[in-house]
Design a protein. Structure first.
Length: 122
């Protein structure tokens, strides 16, 4: 992932080289769908709170032109959390792309509240 900006951080969790490689390989799928991603930030956390004790929480922030896409997934297995996170981020990117495509192919008329003068091209 030399040409993509991926930030990986662990909270209450040791990030091993094998875990980093797995996350990089799985996130490569997102960069194939959308080439204009500015940054992808992934946070892996081993929850210690009473509500999520023993769960692994994976958070993903995709920074691109327009609003950020933020996803959070929790499960008992770290690798399952990573897989679910990639699937959710992938669905969000595909939905965003589909909505832009629909907007591009079905433009709406623009109504101006004031009357504009007509000019002729001569």
């Amino acid at each position: 992932m030399s040409n993509h900006d991926l930030i990986l951080s662990g909270i209450h969790l040791e990030l091993t080289d094998a875990l980093k490689d797995i996350v990089h390989a799985k996130m490569e799928r997102l960069f194939k769908h959308e080439t204009r991603l500015h940054r992808l930030r992934i946070e892996l956390e081993h929850a210690t709170s009473k509500d999520h004790a023993g769960e692994f929480i994976a958070k993903g922030h995709i920074i691109l032109s327009g609003p950020e896409l933020i996803v959070t997934v929790a499960s008992e297995n770290l690798y399952k959390s990573i897989d679910l996170l990639v699937d959710k981020l992938d669905r969000k990117l595909r939905r965003r792309s589909r909505l832009f495509k629909v907007k591009r192919h079905h433009p709406h008329d623009i109504e101006f509240p004031a009357s504009l003068p007509k000019i002729s091209l001569a």
